[in-house]
Design a protein around this ligand. Sequence first.
Ligand code: ZN
Length: 323
Amino acid sequence: MARYVVVGRRKRTAMPRPDFPRTLGEFQVRFSTEDACRRYLRESRWPDGYRCPRCQHAEAYSVARGALLQCRACRYQISVTAGTVMHRTRVPLRDWFWAAYLVTTHTPGFSALQLQRQLGLGRYETAWTMLQKLRRAMIRPERDRITGIVEVDETYLGGVEEGRGGGRRRDSSKSIVVAAVEVRGRGTGRIRLGVVPDVSGQSLVGFVEAAVAPGSTVRTDGWQGYAPLTQRGYDHRPTTQGAPKEAAALFPRIHRVFTHLKTWIWGTHRGVSKKHLPHYLNEFVFRFNRRRTPMAAFQSLLGLTGQHSATTYRGLYDAESTG
Ligand SMILES: [Zn+2]
């Protein structure tokens, strides 16, 4: 016997999306049933009240135990999970919500094994597939550039960690990661990360042009690779003083980002291959830039923001900015 619940009578004023639980306990209580998850999906999807995609009617019945909404006028049915990562999967919504929450808020990142244990899933493969889907949602289609005062520096990942010594040698066992970090007073704003093939002006300036809006103030160390930035329309402020090793003191924000990145990659993932590094950088940037807006991160991971397009890998394997 279907339960008929009429939805969509809400007044058509600008309604905010439903709020996000602040704590783990709150999250578990709030999303403890499939019903609660479906309700959240409906509210996220139609924050201004239901509208039939076919006839624009504003009332629908909830059918198939809440999995579908049926238009009261034309009987058109739509799944509450249509267009999201959860669509047509056998995994309960509760588990999806929990996984997205963990991936969004668990700073060091999450392995498939950890997820399997947390959710009590019988099969490792289920956890792995869920994580893959959630990670794909971290590849953002928009690539707006960061602005204002921006620090830019590079670091080496992989192989044996060494100082740069007298110069910037190329070592093929390592990847070169460049970061651009917004300075916000004493704090840190958004970041962009990219992989570059070398530390030439072409590579470094190419990264900056993809990651940072022209007209921004760009702080770098004295490396000549950054010299062309002025010609390219940036207010370039190189710091020429000091040895390369003092870069950590020069750019504390960026070096905190590098430290977190390395801890995450080595600690959680035991290192990452060159081929997959760009994906991990994407994930890191996604989470970092949404660290203060977990609800937005949670919703875009589940595919609730509406903007999420099919996975695009274009640009991931070159030196473009990510996130
Ligand atoms: Zn209709």
